[in-house]
Ligand binder design. Structure first.
Ligand code: SF4
Length: 258
């Protein structure tokens, strides 16, 4: 098994060890991608492209941004691979939702000059243990330098509901990225974590102390060791089974087709 972990790999194990086994141990592809994941990927791709234009000093109009989203969505949508879990929901519903995410972001950030973008989709890798046996990796949607000199790790979310601030103050994903950013930019005085919940149009900020990061590193290492010692990956059926790409074959799935 690979020793490079990611937040989503850990999250899969926590949600359902059997799904983890199918995906990361047996390396079997999921039978489908949910429409929600597809919309999320498309929105991220358009925001990444927007940053490329901005880096060239060009500010595309909102109309062009939305047009790009719709064009990509329609070109990439494959009904044999993308599944609408909430049966009967028209595709247009998801198209409009993606557009709403982009429009909210565009309108609240235009003309996109509040900070300086350092990188988009930057890969960060760092070790959890001093020997470097267990590594974590992640991709930062956008790393920016704020006017006060702080580095900001920006993450785009396309979920329909925003969490509470207290949940984000305990969030693992961006805090792990912070460990990686700290290693790559040791001169940074301050690092902030910023979430953009694009659907509800809300932005949240949080920060972590060095002690909190060390504690997180230790907890994450513990989880990784638990995964590595696991021999029986038990299924954990629940509401998430509907979105699981192994649901048609997993014996524990309530959605299995007999
Ligand atoms: S269908 Fe449910 S129980 Fe089975 S692997 Fe997927 S999430 Fe786990």
């Amino acid at each position: 098994m690979s020793r490079v972990y990611s937040h989503s790999r850990l999250g899969t194990f926590e949600d359902c060890p059997r799904r983890f086994e199918y995906r990361y141990v047996l390396r079997e592809p999921e039978a489908f991608e949910s429409i929600e994941a597809f919309v999320g990927r498309q929105v991220h791709a358009v925001l990444e492209r927007l940053q490329i234009f901005l880096a060239r000093g060009q500010v595309p109009s909102l109309r062009r941004v939305l047009q790009r989203f719709r064009t990509n969505f329609e070109a990439d949508f494959d009904p044999d691979r993308i599944r609408v879990i909430r049966e009967g929901t028209p595709l247009e519903h998801y198209l409009s939702y993606g557009e709403r995410c982009l429009e909210n972001y565009y309108r609240s950030h235009y003309p996109f000059d509040a900070d300086e973008t350092i990188s988009v989709e930057e890969r960060v890798v760092f070790s959890l243990d001093p020997e470097g046996r267990y590594r974590m990796q992640g991709f930062i949607d956008r790393l920016a330098r704020a006017p006060d000199g702080a580095l900001e790790i920006h993450d785009y979310k396309t979920s329909r509901r925003a969490p509470r601030q207290a949940q984000l103050d305990r969030d693992r994903q961006l805090a792990l990225y912070q460990i990686g950013v700290r290693a790559r930019y040791p001169e940074a005085r301050e690092i902030r974590l910023v979430w953009h919940y694009l659907g509800p149009g809300r932005t949240f900020t949080s920060s972590r102390s060095e002690e909190a990061l060390e504690e997180l590193r230790a907890r994450t290492l513990e989880l990784v060791r638990e995964i590595e010692q696991t021999r029986r990956f038990e299924p954990r059926p629940g509401p998430l089974c509907a979105w699981c790409g192994y649901r048609d074959r997993c014996p524990a799935s309530p959605h299995r087709e007999e």
